[in-house]
Write a protein that binds this ligand. Structure first.
Ligand code: DUC
Ligand code: ZN
Ligand code: ZN
Length: 460
């Protein structure tokens, strides 16, 4: 099977030119001007952008959490991702405290195997680091191609590890060639504030926000950065939201330390005033919570300063009836919001068309850097000879409105309902196959493949 994409404006993290792209099988085989190749299929991309398929390295599909499961499974979640131009996701396996990493991997595979439309990988969340967990790290890296290890500094009693475990894990992961990632918020401070607000009868979604002030994140980010410095492990902070936390990373650069940072689309675009909408604010109850306008400015600047390398989603949707579990107590609202389908178009529309980031930066933070940081480059995340033909043909002019009535995510509201975006995903190719064309899926469930990842470098 071959496909010729004609006359597109090809955008990578570093380039911007008009060319034809010839695809044979799953790979890009030739890029050039006026290619006179005979192909099984041709796509006219005149006037369109062609960029690498998005990589969202932070999603939670079919995840058991807070007494329920996130409402997108591997089928609906990866299909919605493709509709929005994201061809690969990295999901999180959660170890159950007291059990092995292998048993968690088996459990996650039982839900994901054969069910994905898009390509996927896993981060392994280590929630119980002990002598036997330690022995499993090398196996995951060398045998399974799972090279990133997530830690939680919050959610005590379920997911959180203490600093001693963190140091042990960091040493092991550094020695075996992986990367440690973190949900960096201070779990004890947050638990104290949640208990205080509940005791005072303050139970609305606003108090979810007020239980996780900026200091709870900046303190944990600083502690994590220090531990990563001490152990010299490749390190990555997920869903960083605020000025205080980014300043910890900024300060670390002064001692020549490099820590990778991901923010998520919601922290760039939405702010905490949404928690003032009474219970409707539950739509945006997530951890960390939305912050303030000054934090959005810091994050956009951080992207351009090279301090923030990745924009993900932390996609973790819950249907409205599940959010209602916390109607009388904000601490019972399942944390998370839907965005897997909207990330690329929102980032293009709000970032590129409004002059906040360049087109090259858009590609870098939505795809290329995640590929480099998590050991997939140049197979994924770029347009190059020999790379997987994961491509988006994008109409930069068409305007459309986001709505739960038209999205493909399995959730009955949109966190961006009514937002008008400029720019629309038109055709999406995944490993040389047209996966989505003008809103219609062209592949079947099971086409999505588990991607084994390589060892991690500290520099990208
Ligand atoms: N935060 C969320 O909002 N949802 C899932 C997990 C997390 O850390
Ligand atoms: Zn998190
Ligand atoms: Zn998450």
């Amino acid at each position: 099977m071959s496909i010729l994409i004609k006359n597109g404006r090809v955008i990578t993290a570093s380039d911007d030119y008009i060319a034809d792209i010839f695809i044979e099988g799953e790979k890009i085989s030739t890029i050039g001007k006026n290619l006179n190749f005979v192909a099984d299929e041709a796509i006219d991309a005149s006037g369109k952008l062609v960029f690498p398929g998005g990589i969202d390295p932070h999603v939670h599909l079919d995840m058991p959490f807070m007494g329920t499961f996130s409402s997108d499974n591997y089928e609906s979640g990866t299909l919605a991702a493709l509709h929005g131009g994201t061809t690969m996701v990295i999901d999180f396996i959660l170890q159950t405290q007291g059990k092995s990493l292998k048993s968690a991997l088996d459990e996650w595979r039982s839900r994901s195997d054969g069910n994905c439309y898009g390509d996927y990988s896993f981060h392994m969340a280590v929630t119980d680091f002990n002598d036997s967990t330690q022995k499993e790290i090398i196996e995951l890296i060398n045998k399974e191609g799972i090279t990133s290890f997530k830690t939680f500094m919050a959610y005590k009693g379920a997911l959180m590890i203490d600093d001693r475990q963190m140091i042990g894990l960091m040493n092991e992961v550094r020695d075996k060639g992986g990367i440690v990632t973190v949900h960096a918020t201070n779990g004890d401070m947050i638990d104290f504030l949640i208990a205080k607000h509940k005791a005072e009868g303050k139970l609305s979604p606003l108090y979810h926000y007020l239980s996780q002030p900026e200091i709870t994140e900046s303190e944990a980010a600083g502690r994590f950065v220090d531990m990563a410095y001490y152990t010299d492990v490749p390190a990555y902070i997920v869903h960083l939201t605020c000025e205080g936390a980014l300043n910890q990373v900024r300060e670390a650069t002064e001692r020549n330390q490099k820590v990778f940072v991901e923010t998520c689309i919601q922290y760039l675009l939405l702010d905490a005033s949404l928690y003032e909408k009474d219970f409707e604010g539950a739509k945006w109850v997530m951890s960390p919570p939305l912050r303030q306008k000054k934090d959005q400015e810091t994050l956009w600047a951080g992207i351009n300063q090279g301090l923030v390398q990745v924009v993900g989603t932390d996609h973790c949707p819950f249907e409205w009836k599940k959010k209602l579990m916390g109607e009388k107590d904000f601490s019972k609202i399942p944390n998370g919001h839907p965005a897997i389908e909207n990330r690329m178009e929102l980032l293009y529309s709000e970032g590129v068309t409004k002059g906040k980031i360049s087109l090259n930066k858009f590609v870098e933070v939505s795809s290329t850097n995640a590929s480099k940081i998590f050991g997939m480059f140049p197979q994924k995340g770029t347009i190059g000879i020999g790379s997987d033909a994961d491509l988006v043909v994008f109409d930069p002019e068409t305007r459309h409105v986001i709505s739960h009535k038209t999205h493909h995510m399995n959730v009955d509201y949109s966190a961006y309902e009514g937002w008008e975006v400029k720019g629309k995903v038109e055709t999406v190719l995944l490993r040389g196959k047209i996966a989505v064309d003008k809103g219609k899926e062209k592949i079947s469930k099971g086409y999505g493949k588990f991607i084994r990842r390589g060892k991690i470098n500290k520099v990208i």
